[in-house]
Design a protein around this ligand. Structure first.
Ligand code: Z5A
Length: 212
């Protein structure tokens, strides 16, 4: 009985344009939660360590070419192959802080011109995040941050389209942070959103499925 009584962890997803600060804030949040005694792990998609992840990584680095739909499905498969592990960790009480998830999958592929609903379809049934934090920054401001590297999607015009698709995906449950504020202020807001979410999940909020 004790096993079933144990409260679950949360699935917290960070989304935003390239250079919006997700990686920095994910690291800060995970350290903070660890200090608070929360069981927590830092995750990111794509997970470049698996075999699908290696194909994705080569594609992003422009070392391989793939059909737009094929790469879309690889990104999705890269999440599906982690689904059951994510579920068991969450149900055993671990909170996952995840840098990018299905919303990136849809926003980036739709920005290439693929049909929006077609892009959502393979994501349906994955674990729904308990909280999505969106790091809001204009594509121009993001591009100013150290400039873009050589990865495939790091181009201003493309990031503008990605931003449009993110606004279509956004719903009332998303927490939006102004990613142009000083990092310490962003960090403070992210902590508050995360702590509130973790408490709600501990109190028994059910784990849902995405877009179903
Ligand atoms: N992709 C996809 O197509 N389909 C999918 O399903 C998924 C992803 C999951 C993976 O990139 C690419 O794959 C991505 C989407 C696509 N392509 N793009 N673009 P990734 O995850 O490997 O890389 P990234 O997410 O784009 O990470 P990034 O470039 O490292 O950005 P970030 O994590 O958001 O930002 P950061 O590294 O924390 O910060 C960037 C810089 O800004 C850094 O110098 C910071 O010190 C600075 N910074 C951060 N916050 C601030 C504030 N508040 N003020 C000033 N400066 C700041």
């Amino acid at each position: 009985d004790n096993v079933h009584d144990k409260s679950r962890g949360s699935l917290i997803v960070l989304e935003g344009l390239d250079r919006s600060g997700k990686t920095s804030q994910s690291n800060r949040l995970v350290s903070y939660l660890k200090e608070k005694g929360v069981l927590v792990e830092s995750w990111r998609f794509p997970d470049r360590t698996t075999s699908t992840g290696q194909m994705i990584s080569a594609y992003l680095a422009n070392e391989s070419q793939l059909d737009d739909r094929a790469i879309h499905l690889l990104f999705s498969a890269n999440r599906w192959e982690k689904r059951s592990l994510m579920e068991s960790k969450i149900m055993c009480g671990t909170t996952l802080i995840v840098d990018r998830y299905s919303y990136s999958g849809v926003a980036f592929s739709a920005a290439k011109g693929l049909d929006f609903q077609w892009c959502k379809a393979p994501e349906v049934g994955l674990i729904a995040p308990d909280l999505v934090i969106y790091f809001d920054i204009s594509p121009e401001k993001a591009a100013e941050r150290g400039g873009y590297g050589t990865e495939r999607y790091e181009k201003l015009e493309f990031q503008k389209k990605v931003a449009e698709h993110y606004s279509t995906l956004r719903d009332a449950s998303w927490k939006i942070v102004d990613a142009c504020l000083p990092m310490d202020i962003v960090e403070e807001q992210v902590r508050e959103f995360a702590m509130a979410c973790i408490l709600t999940c501990q109190k028994g909020k059910p784990l849902n499925k995405l877009w179903s």
